[in-house]
Write a protein that binds this ligand. Sequence first.
Ligand code: ADP
Ligand code: MG
Length: 319
Amino acid sequence: VEFELIERIRRRVARRDDVALGIGDDAALLRVPSGMELVVATDTLNAGVHFPPETAPSDIGWKALAVNLSDLASMGATPAWFTLSLCLPAPDPEWLDAFLDGALALANEHQVSLVGGDTTRGPLSISITALGFVSVGQALRRDGANVGDDVWITGSPGDAAAALSQWRAGHDMDPALRARLDRPTPRLAAGLALRGLAHACIDVSDGLLADLGHVLYASGVGARIDVMHLPFSSALADAFPRIAQRQELQLAGGDDYELCFTAPPDRRGAILDALVACDTAATRIGQVESEPGVRVIGADGALWQGKIVGWDHFAGASR
Ligand code: ADP
Ligand code: MG
Protein backbone atom coordinates (compact mmCIF):
# COMPACT_ATOMS: atom_id res chain seq x y z
CA VAL A 1 0.00 0.00 0.00
CA GLU A 2 2.79 2.38 0.91
CA PHE A 3 4.49 1.55 -2.36
CA GLU A 4 1.29 2.36 -4.30
CA LEU A 5 1.04 5.74 -2.61
CA ILE A 6 4.67 6.53 -3.40
CA GLU A 7 4.13 5.46 -7.00
CA ARG A 8 1.10 7.78 -7.14
CA ILE A 9 3.32 10.62 -6.00
CA ARG A 10 6.24 9.75 -8.29
CA ARG A 11 4.06 9.69 -11.42
CA ARG A 12 3.08 13.33 -10.96
CA VAL A 13 6.46 14.86 -10.24
CA ALA A 14 7.91 17.39 -12.70
CA ARG A 15 11.49 16.83 -13.86
CA ARG A 16 14.44 19.13 -13.43
CA ASP A 17 17.81 18.72 -15.11
CA ASP A 18 19.68 19.18 -11.85
CA VAL A 19 18.04 16.10 -10.29
CA ALA A 20 20.45 13.29 -11.11
CA LEU A 21 18.33 10.80 -9.14
CA GLY A 22 14.88 11.52 -7.71
CA ILE A 23 12.19 9.40 -6.02
CA GLY A 24 12.88 5.67 -6.03
CA ASP A 25 16.31 5.05 -4.59
CA ASP A 26 17.48 5.27 -0.98
CA ALA A 27 18.39 8.93 -1.42
CA ALA A 28 18.19 11.65 -4.04
CA LEU A 29 21.21 13.02 -5.93
CA LEU A 30 21.03 16.76 -6.57
CA ARG A 31 23.41 19.07 -8.40
CA VAL A 32 24.07 22.38 -6.67
CA PRO A 33 25.42 24.99 -9.12
CA SER A 34 29.02 25.96 -8.40
CA GLY A 35 29.50 29.20 -6.49
CA MET A 36 26.19 28.67 -4.72
CA GLU A 37 25.39 27.81 -1.13
CA LEU A 38 22.72 25.18 -0.50
CA VAL A 39 19.81 26.66 1.50
CA VAL A 40 17.73 24.19 3.53
CA ALA A 41 14.51 24.77 5.48
CA THR A 42 12.15 22.32 7.21
CA ASP A 43 8.67 22.96 8.59
CA THR A 44 5.99 20.60 9.81
CA LEU A 45 2.22 21.07 9.77
CA ASN A 46 0.18 19.12 12.31
CA ALA A 47 -3.60 18.79 11.93
CA GLY A 48 -5.46 20.96 14.42
CA VAL A 49 -2.32 22.86 15.41
CA HIS A 50 -1.21 24.45 12.14
CA PHE A 51 -4.50 24.27 10.26
CA PRO A 52 -8.14 23.70 11.22
CA PRO A 53 -8.93 19.96 10.86
CA GLU A 54 -11.59 20.69 8.21
CA THR A 55 -9.08 22.38 5.88
CA ALA A 56 -9.37 21.04 2.32
CA PRO A 57 -6.55 18.56 1.50
CA SER A 58 -5.49 20.62 -1.53
CA ASP A 59 -5.10 23.68 0.72
CA ILE A 60 -3.08 21.64 3.22
CA GLY A 61 -0.80 20.62 0.35
CA TRP A 62 -0.38 24.20 -0.82
CA LYS A 63 0.29 25.51 2.66
CA ALA A 64 2.74 22.78 3.65
CA LEU A 65 4.96 23.73 0.72
CA ALA A 66 4.24 27.48 0.94
CA VAL A 67 5.53 27.84 4.51
CA ASN A 68 8.78 26.18 3.48
CA LEU A 69 9.22 28.20 0.30
CA SER A 70 8.57 31.27 2.44
CA ASP A 71 11.61 30.39 4.55
CA LEU A 72 13.73 30.22 1.39
CA ALA A 73 12.21 33.51 0.22
CA SER A 74 13.21 35.26 3.42
CA MET A 75 16.81 34.10 2.85
CA GLY A 76 16.82 35.50 -0.69
CA ALA A 77 17.21 31.97 -2.07
CA THR A 78 16.09 30.43 -5.35
CA PRO A 79 14.06 27.28 -4.55
CA ALA A 80 14.85 24.10 -6.45
CA TRP A 81 13.71 20.92 -4.71
CA PHE A 82 11.73 19.57 -1.79
CA THR A 83 11.18 16.37 0.14
CA LEU A 84 7.85 15.33 1.62
CA SER A 85 7.41 13.34 4.81
CA LEU A 86 3.77 12.29 5.07
CA CYS A 87 2.19 10.76 8.13
CA LEU A 88 -1.35 9.67 7.24
CA PRO A 89 -4.08 8.16 9.44
CA ALA A 90 -5.08 5.88 6.54
CA PRO A 91 -3.70 5.14 3.04
CA ASP A 92 -6.34 7.26 1.27
CA PRO A 93 -5.48 7.76 -2.44
CA GLU A 94 -8.21 10.39 -2.93
CA TRP A 95 -6.89 12.46 -0.07
CA LEU A 96 -3.37 12.09 -1.43
CA ASP A 97 -4.39 13.16 -4.95
CA ALA A 98 -6.11 16.29 -3.62
CA PHE A 99 -3.15 17.07 -1.35
CA LEU A 100 -0.80 16.76 -4.35
CA ASP A 101 -3.08 19.01 -6.45
CA GLY A 102 -2.37 21.85 -4.01
CA ALA A 103 1.28 21.12 -3.32
CA LEU A 104 2.23 20.53 -6.95
CA ALA A 105 0.31 23.58 -8.19
CA LEU A 106 2.58 25.73 -6.05
CA ALA A 107 5.65 23.62 -6.88
CA ASN A 108 5.04 24.02 -10.61
CA GLU A 109 4.48 27.76 -10.24
CA HIS A 110 8.06 28.02 -8.97
CA GLN A 111 9.61 25.11 -10.92
CA VAL A 112 10.36 23.26 -7.71
CA SER A 113 10.66 19.48 -7.95
CA LEU A 114 9.75 16.81 -5.37
CA VAL A 115 12.79 14.54 -5.02
CA GLY A 116 12.00 12.20 -2.14
CA GLY A 117 10.35 11.72 1.19
CA ASP A 118 8.85 9.24 3.57
CA THR A 119 5.36 7.79 4.00
CA THR A 120 4.15 6.49 7.35
CA ARG A 121 0.91 5.88 9.24
CA GLY A 122 -0.25 7.93 12.25
CA PRO A 123 -1.98 11.22 13.12
CA LEU A 124 -2.04 13.53 10.09
CA SER A 125 1.25 15.42 9.87
CA ILE A 126 3.14 16.81 6.92
CA SER A 127 6.80 17.68 7.07
CA ILE A 128 8.50 19.28 4.10
CA THR A 129 12.13 20.15 3.57
CA ALA A 130 12.70 22.78 0.90
CA LEU A 131 16.10 23.14 -0.74
CA GLY A 132 17.41 25.96 -2.84
CA PHE A 133 20.51 28.02 -3.43
CA VAL A 134 21.94 31.48 -3.14
CA SER A 135 25.29 32.91 -4.27
CA VAL A 136 27.94 32.59 -1.58
CA GLY A 137 27.59 35.44 0.91
CA GLN A 138 24.38 36.84 -0.63
CA ALA A 139 21.79 35.31 1.72
CA LEU A 140 19.46 37.62 3.65
CA ARG A 141 19.89 36.87 7.32
CA ARG A 142 18.34 37.90 10.60
CA ASP A 143 21.46 39.42 12.07
CA GLY A 144 22.17 42.30 9.70
CA ALA A 145 19.83 45.08 10.91
CA ASN A 146 21.54 48.41 11.66
CA VAL A 147 20.47 51.37 13.77
CA GLY A 148 18.76 53.87 11.45
CA ASP A 149 17.41 51.21 9.07
CA ASP A 150 13.80 51.44 7.98
CA VAL A 151 11.57 48.51 8.94
CA TRP A 152 9.45 47.26 6.03
CA ILE A 153 6.67 44.73 5.53
CA THR A 154 5.45 43.25 2.24
CA GLY A 155 1.73 42.93 1.57
CA SER A 156 -0.71 43.56 4.41
CA PRO A 157 -0.41 41.56 7.62
CA GLY A 158 -3.30 40.29 9.73
CA ASP A 159 -5.61 38.54 7.27
CA ALA A 160 -4.64 34.99 8.20
CA ALA A 161 -4.88 35.73 11.92
CA ALA A 162 -8.27 37.33 11.35
CA ALA A 163 -9.56 34.20 9.62
CA LEU A 164 -8.22 32.04 12.45
CA SER A 165 -9.85 34.22 15.05
CA GLN A 166 -13.21 33.95 13.25
CA TRP A 167 -12.78 30.19 13.13
CA ARG A 168 -11.84 29.98 16.83
CA ALA A 169 -14.94 32.02 17.71
CA GLY A 170 -17.07 29.48 15.83
CA HIS A 171 -17.97 31.94 13.06
CA ASP A 172 -17.81 31.38 9.31
CA MET A 173 -14.48 32.61 8.00
CA ASP A 174 -14.61 35.51 5.54
CA PRO A 175 -13.62 33.96 2.16
CA ALA A 176 -10.94 36.54 1.35
CA LEU A 177 -9.36 36.22 4.80
CA ARG A 178 -9.61 32.45 4.69
CA ALA A 179 -7.83 32.33 1.34
CA ARG A 180 -4.86 34.08 2.95
CA LEU A 181 -4.83 31.56 5.79
CA ASP A 182 -5.17 28.48 3.58
CA ARG A 183 -3.07 29.57 0.60
CA PRO A 184 -0.35 31.96 1.71
CA THR A 185 1.87 33.44 -1.00
CA PRO A 186 5.57 32.75 -0.47
CA ARG A 187 7.31 36.04 -1.41
CA LEU A 188 10.03 34.39 -3.48
CA ALA A 189 10.46 37.09 -6.12
CA ALA A 190 10.59 39.76 -3.42
CA GLY A 191 13.22 37.84 -1.47
CA LEU A 192 15.40 37.58 -4.58
CA ALA A 193 14.88 41.26 -5.38
CA LEU A 194 15.96 42.29 -1.87
CA ARG A 195 19.42 40.71 -2.10
CA GLY A 196 21.97 43.48 -1.89
CA LEU A 197 19.29 45.92 -0.70
CA ALA A 198 17.93 44.63 2.62
CA HIS A 199 20.21 44.38 5.66
CA ALA A 200 18.07 41.74 7.40
CA CYS A 201 14.94 39.77 6.57
CA ILE A 202 12.50 37.29 8.12
CA ASP A 203 9.19 35.79 7.05
CA VAL A 204 6.27 36.44 9.38
CA SER A 205 4.99 33.09 10.60
CA ASP A 206 4.53 33.64 14.35
CA GLY A 207 3.39 37.27 14.25
CA LEU A 208 4.90 40.54 13.11
CA LEU A 209 6.17 41.68 16.51
CA ALA A 210 7.46 38.25 17.47
CA ASP A 211 9.30 37.73 14.20
CA LEU A 212 10.64 41.28 13.99
CA GLY A 213 11.79 40.66 17.56
CA HIS A 214 13.93 37.75 16.32
CA VAL A 215 15.63 40.01 13.77
CA LEU A 216 16.27 42.72 16.35
CA TYR A 217 17.59 40.27 18.92
CA ALA A 218 19.90 38.61 16.39
CA SER A 219 21.14 42.02 15.29
CA GLY A 220 21.58 43.42 18.81
CA VAL A 221 19.25 46.37 18.19
CA GLY A 222 15.62 47.46 18.82
CA ALA A 223 12.93 49.28 16.86
CA ARG A 224 9.91 51.52 16.93
CA ILE A 225 6.86 50.53 14.91
CA ASP A 226 4.21 53.08 13.94
CA VAL A 227 0.96 51.21 14.18
CA MET A 228 -0.82 53.75 11.98
CA HIS A 229 1.55 52.88 9.12
CA LEU A 230 0.53 49.21 9.08
CA PRO A 231 -1.09 48.46 5.72
CA PHE A 232 -4.35 46.49 5.98
CA SER A 233 -6.66 44.80 3.49
CA SER A 234 -10.24 45.94 2.96
CA ALA A 235 -11.38 42.43 3.94
CA LEU A 236 -9.65 42.85 7.30
CA ALA A 237 -11.09 46.32 7.87
CA ASP A 238 -14.60 45.10 7.00
CA ALA A 239 -14.39 42.05 9.26
CA PHE A 240 -12.76 43.89 12.17
CA PRO A 241 -13.99 47.50 12.16
CA ARG A 242 -12.67 48.13 15.68
CA ILE A 243 -9.26 49.61 14.97
CA ALA A 244 -7.54 48.39 18.13
CA GLN A 245 -8.70 44.83 17.50
CA ARG A 246 -7.56 44.97 13.89
CA GLN A 247 -4.15 46.30 14.87
CA GLU A 248 -3.75 43.62 17.49
CA LEU A 249 -4.36 40.96 14.82
CA GLN A 250 -1.81 42.65 12.59
CA LEU A 251 0.89 42.90 15.23
CA ALA A 252 0.40 39.61 17.03
CA GLY A 253 -1.23 37.30 14.51
CA GLY A 254 0.90 34.82 12.60
CA ASP A 255 0.56 32.83 9.40
CA ASP A 256 0.89 35.79 7.03
CA TYR A 257 4.17 34.70 5.45
CA GLU A 258 4.93 38.26 4.44
CA LEU A 259 8.56 39.40 4.53
CA CYS A 260 9.62 41.82 7.26
CA PHE A 261 12.97 43.40 6.41
CA THR A 262 15.21 46.30 7.30
CA ALA A 263 17.20 48.52 4.94
CA PRO A 264 18.96 51.87 5.05
CA PRO A 265 16.82 54.93 4.17
CA ASP A 266 18.96 55.81 1.12
CA ARG A 267 17.72 52.62 -0.55
CA ARG A 268 14.00 53.46 -0.30
CA GLY A 269 13.66 54.24 -4.00
CA ALA A 270 15.65 51.21 -5.11
CA ILE A 271 13.59 48.94 -2.87
CA LEU A 272 10.27 50.25 -4.17
CA ASP A 273 11.49 49.88 -7.77
CA ALA A 274 12.73 46.34 -7.17
CA LEU A 275 9.48 45.27 -5.50
CA VAL A 276 7.19 46.97 -8.01
CA ALA A 277 9.07 45.01 -10.69
CA CYS A 278 7.91 41.78 -9.01
CA ASP A 279 4.40 42.99 -8.21
CA THR A 280 4.92 43.01 -4.45
CA ALA A 281 3.62 45.85 -2.32
CA ALA A 282 5.83 46.97 0.56
CA THR A 283 5.38 49.57 3.28
CA ARG A 284 7.73 51.25 5.74
CA ILE A 285 6.37 50.71 9.23
CA GLY A 286 9.14 51.86 11.55
CA GLN A 287 12.79 52.41 12.32
CA VAL A 288 15.61 50.42 13.86
CA GLU A 289 16.90 51.99 17.08
CA SER A 290 19.76 51.16 19.43
CA GLU A 291 17.57 50.49 22.50
CA PRO A 292 16.65 46.79 22.55
CA GLY A 293 13.00 45.69 22.29
CA VAL A 294 10.10 46.87 20.14
CA ARG A 295 8.20 50.06 20.93
CA VAL A 296 4.83 50.30 19.23
CA ILE A 297 3.66 53.87 18.68
CA GLY A 298 -0.11 54.40 18.50
CA ALA A 299 -2.21 56.97 16.64
CA ASP A 300 -1.63 59.67 19.28
CA GLY A 301 2.14 59.28 19.17
CA ALA A 302 2.12 57.59 22.58
CA LEU A 303 3.30 54.06 23.35
CA TRP A 304 0.63 51.61 22.26
CA GLN A 305 -1.24 49.99 25.13
CA GLY A 306 -2.89 47.09 23.28
CA LYS A 307 -2.45 43.53 24.41
CA ILE A 308 0.41 41.98 22.48
CA VAL A 309 0.52 38.23 22.41
CA GLY A 310 3.13 36.13 20.65
CA TRP A 311 2.79 32.44 19.91
CA ASP A 312 5.12 29.90 21.42
CA HIS A 313 4.40 26.26 20.63
CA PHE A 314 5.34 25.02 24.07
CA ALA A 315 4.16 27.90 26.24
CA GLY A 316 0.92 28.51 24.34
CA ALA A 317 -0.14 32.12 23.99
CA SER A 318 2.22 34.13 26.14
CA ARG A 319 3.10 37.70 26.68
P1 ADP B 1 13.48 3.52 2.30
O1 ADP B 1 12.88 2.43 3.12
O2 ADP B 1 14.73 3.18 1.58
O3 ADP B 1 13.55 4.83 3.05
P2 ADP B 1 10.96 4.28 1.19
O4 ADP B 1 10.03 3.18 0.85
O5 ADP B 1 10.72 5.09 2.42
O6 ADP B 1 12.43 3.72 1.11
O7 ADP B 1 11.01 5.28 -0.03
C1 ADP B 1 11.23 4.80 -1.33
C2 ADP B 1 11.47 5.98 -2.24
O8 ADP B 1 10.28 6.77 -2.28
C3 ADP B 1 12.56 6.91 -1.72
O9 ADP B 1 13.23 7.42 -2.87
C4 ADP B 1 11.82 8.00 -1.04
O10 ADP B 1 12.53 9.23 -1.09
C5 ADP B 1 10.53 8.06 -1.84
N1 ADP B 1 9.37 8.50 -1.05
C6 ADP B 1 8.80 7.88 0.00
N2 ADP B 1 7.75 8.59 0.48
C7 ADP B 1 7.66 9.70 -0.28
C8 ADP B 1 6.82 10.83 -0.29
N3 ADP B 1 5.82 11.00 0.61
N4 ADP B 1 7.04 11.78 -1.22
C9 ADP B 1 8.04 11.66 -2.10
N5 ADP B 1 8.87 10.62 -2.15
C10 ADP B 1 8.70 9.64 -1.25
MG1 MG C 1 11.98 5.88 3.97
